[in-house]
Design a protein around this ligand. Structure first.
Ligand SMILES: [Cu+2]
Length: 177
C-alpha cells in the first residue's frame, strides 16, 4: 500500500513533465490508480449524497479531496433499482470538470488498473450497483479547481430509462472519510 501510494504520487508529479496529464492517461489506456482510489472500499462516509429518481434510489454519493499534483478526481455512488425495468447509467457530467468518465478497477497481478467502462454501467431491475474505490468510480478530468474537503461537486447523472438528475456530491478527505 505504501509503495503503491509512493508510485502513484511520483507518477502524478511526473505528469508535469508530460505535455499533459490527460495525454498520459489516454495513451496508456490503463494507468495505475491514483492514491486515493485504491483504498479498501468501506461504507460511504457520513453526509454522503442521496436522491430519488423514478425507480432509482441513489445514495452514498461523494468525491474525495485531491492531493497536490493529482491530475484527476474520483467520485463514488450507489444506485438501487427498485423497479422492474433494467436501466443504465449512461453518462455523468459536471460543471466542476471538463469531462467525467465511468471507470472500473481491475487487479492485474499486484497492480490495480483502471479502464473506462464503454457504453455505461448497467443498473439491472432489482439490483444495487455500487461505485466504490475497489470496483468502479466516476473519474473527473480537466478539473477546474482541485476538490477540497468540505466542498461540493455538482454532477448530473444520466440514465437510459429514468432520465437525468442533478446531485451535489460532498468532498470528503483524500482518504475517503
Ligand atoms: Cu479512473
Amino acid at each position: 500500500m505504501i509503495r503503491n501510494y509512493t508510485a502513484a504520487l511520483l507518477m502524478s508529479i511526473g505528469a508535469f513533465s508530460l505535455p499533459s496529464s490527460e495525454a498520459m492517461a489516454e495513451d496508456s489506456g490503463t494507468m495505475k490508480s491514483m492514491p486515493s482510489m485504491h483504498m479498501d472500499a468501506g461504507a460511504a462516509p457520513s453526509g454522503s449524497a442521496t436522491a430519488k429518481l423514478a425507480d432509482l434510489d441513489i445514495s452514498g454519493g461523494y468525491v474525495r479531496a485531491m492531493l497536490p499534483g493529482q491530475p484527476v478526481g474520483g467520485g463514488y455512488i450507489t444506485i438501487h433499482n427498485t423497479g422492474k425495468i433494467d436501466d443504465k447509467l449512461t453518462s455523468v457530467t459536471s460543471s466542476a470538470a471538463g469531462k467525467v468518465e465511468l471507470h472500473e478497477m481491475k487487479m492485474e497481478g499486484e497492480i490495480m488498473k483502471m479502464r473506462e467502462v464503454k457504453g455505461g454501467i448497467a443498473i439491472p431491475a432489482g439490483a444495487t450497483v455500487t461505485l466504490a474505490p475497489s470496483t468502479m468510480h466516476m473519474m473527473f478530468r480537466q478539473v477546474k479547481a482541485p476538490f477540497k474537503q468540505g466542498g461540493k461537486v455538482p454532477v448530473m447523472l444520466m440514465f437510459d430509462k429514468a432520465g437525468m438528475i442533478d446531485i451535489n456530491l460532498p468532498v470528503v478527505s483524500a482518504k475517503g472519510n
